[in-house]
Ligand binder design. Structure first.
Ligand code: GUN
Ligand code: ZN
Length: 431
């Protein structure tokens, strides 16, 4: 067995820092070593310990750079890569004006492949090693995404985005074709290499009750699959859902009534939740995915991180590219901090970093495989330069501890801070 040692500052988590004091929840080494073997993290300790334990290993010394798990983006729309940063609309107008015309282009295989590869390159350059993406209604958009992830050795998730109403011609399927196509894709891709299929109704406004029920049936037949959708993102959207589904008790009930509420469910945004919705999500264990740059960019509202974590909900963090305004999980963490501040809670850097790695991995039910610097996990790693710009460097050199050293990169960092990326034990990016 060959071993590779990466030397640097190292940061991992031993517990959720929302429920365990930060010092007990984190494992930081200022002169650490991470040993990789056969695509996995084989050992972690001090650099000296690792060098003497593995004398024949090849060594890469990253000096003062920080080695952590790669970022996990728990909700993204890779087909929206080319229309990110489109100006001036609220959710429904933004979808109709910018998103749907762009998603229409994925009927073309070549375009789907081009954007899937462009997106993967951007994601890796920003330190994101796993993502859970929406595709478009076209099966080839799923094939393009999985092919791009597979060729890079990545752990990645997507699903055909199903819509059979309130979407333009060319971007609608039916209840039956959504079921048939999703099932065929699931059978083709789920569990192949590091790939997983997620059953994907876009959101209640674009699915008839029949389509939601068909996808609920598919999930019941494949309960180990993830299911992803959107929930309570904007107040106008919630009013629309209530008018489309007049017998539903609330937005979540439109999913619950059709078999789409479960512990492997991923509910994006979840900003304006009612008490019953929180109770049900608590009972069932479905995960909420916080998309802070998107929530600010589209003007959706303030996610209630502190109270929802206190209620023990499973929460991941995500870019929501291109409703989100960045490919960077560092920007996303910064936005989560700012939204926390606007809601009255200053989230600790450990909590923020945990959300972008272990928290998102847990939301995706992948916490035993990725999202943490832990022996046995897959070696998806990012090496951060904590002095990537003069403005960041002049602040981080004054730091008294790792949190003060990391926070300027969280708040002001971008892809320039992503020094190196490892995927499945292979070196894939170097700046
Ligand atoms: N709700 C339904 N579809 C979308 C989407 O593509 N982006 C966002 N932000 N919200 C949605
Ligand atoms: Zn979304």
């Amino acid at each position: 067995m060959t071993h590779q040692i990466l030397i640097g500052q190292t940061l991992g988590f031993t517990a959720d820092p929302f429920s365990t004091p930060v010092d007990n929840a984190t494992d930081f080494q200022s002169n650490g070593g991470v040993v990789i073997s056969e695509g996995k993290i084989a050992d972690i300790g001090t650099a000296d310990q690792m060098r003497s334990k593995y004398p024949h290993a090849s060594v890469t010394d990253y000096g003062q750079k920080l080695i952590t798990a790669g970022f996990v983006d728990a909700h993204v729309h890779y087909p929206q890569t080319a229309m990110i940063a489109s100006w001036g609309k609220r959710l429904i107008d933004w979808l109709n004006t910018y998103t749907f015309p762009e998603e229409m282009r994925f009927a073309d295989d070549d375009y789907a492949n081009e954007i899937a590869n462009r997106y993967m390159n951007l994601a890796i350059a920003h330190g994101t090693t796993t993502m859970c993406s929406f595709a478009t209604i076209h099966s080839q958009s799923v094939d393009a995404f999985f092919t791009a992830a597979q060729s890079r050795g990545m752990r990645a998730i997507t699903g055909k985005t199903c819509m059979d109403m309130n979407a333009p011609d060319g971007l609608r399927d039916t209840a039956q074709s959504a079921y048939d196509d999703s099932r065929a894709l699931l059978e083709r891709w789920n569990g192949v290499d590091r790939l997983e299929y997620a059953i994907t109704p876009r959101f209640s406004p674009t699915s008839t009750p029949d389509q939601l029920a068909a996808l609920g049936a598919l999930w019941a037949e494949n309960p180990s699959c993830l299911m992803q959708t959107h929930l309570s993102e904007q107040v106008e959207e919630i009013e629309w859902v209530k008018s489309l589904y007049p017998t539903a008790r609330d937005y979540l009930d439109t999913y619950e009534a059709h078999g789409l509420l479960g512990d492997r469910g991923l509910y994006g945004h979840a900003i304006h939740l009612e008490a019953r919705e929180i109770d049900r999500l608590q009972d069932v264990g479905g995960a909420l995915v916080h998309c802070p740059t998107s929530n600010a960019f589209i003007g959706s509202g303030l996610f209630q991180m502190a109270s929802l974590k206190a209620a023990k909900l499973n929460i991941g963090l995500a870019t929501d590219t291109g409703g989100g305004s960045s490919f960077s999980m560092l920007h996303t963490i910064a936005a989560a901090y700012e939204i926390g501040q606007l809601s009255g809670t200053a989230l600790h850097p450990a909590q923020l970093y945990w959300l972008a790695t272990a928290g998102s991995a847990n939301a995706l039910h992948l916490g035993d495989k990725i999202g943490n610097l832990r022996v046995g996990n897959e070696a998806d790693l990012v090496v951060l330069n904590l002095a990537s710009t003069p403005a960041i460097a002049q602040r981080s050199t004054r730091a008294n501890d790792i949190w003060e050293a990391l926070f300027p990169t969280i708040m002001m960092g971008d892809d320039r801070a992503i020094s190196n990326v490892w995927v499945n034990g292979k070196h894939v990016h170097n700046k």
